[in-house]
Design a protein around this ligand. Sequence first.
Ligand code: HEC
Length: 117
Amino acid sequence: MSGRCAMKRKAGRLLAITLLSGLFTICARGEEAAMLDGKALFHEKCAMCHRVMGMGTGLLARRVDEPFLEKRTDLTADYVIHAARSGIGNMPAIPRGEASDEQLEAIATYLAAGNAE
Ligand code: HEC
């Protein structure tokens, strides 16, 4: 009888560990989404065109005073998201497979940070 009881306790402990680790995984994932680094993502997804000598920088230099998106103070997050999702001028649209909504939002927030609004 005591043997079976011990088995039950062991199973109970296993179940608790499984539940706890599941909970931990969910929490860790939530944190990951909240901690998306807009600056790092901008460099990963956009900088190939928006750095020094990039095609975006070169073309923007023709029509705006500050061609570096990171130095702009007039960008709103909405404008950045719209430009990236729809494409603008010679910039191709960035699909969700390239940058997820969460990632693009983090990038847009980072680029809009210089905006006083
Ligand atoms: C393939 C190259 C390329 C990539 C990748 C790219 N861009 Fe661009 N981007 C451009 C070009 C070229 C322009 C200038 C468009 C024009 O005026 O013809 C531009 C313009 C923009 C503008 C408009 C600025 C203004 O003043 O109107 C925004 C905002 C922008 N890009 C954001 C982004 C973001 C955010 C990413 C990354 C998610 C990104 N771009 C990735 C090429 C690129």
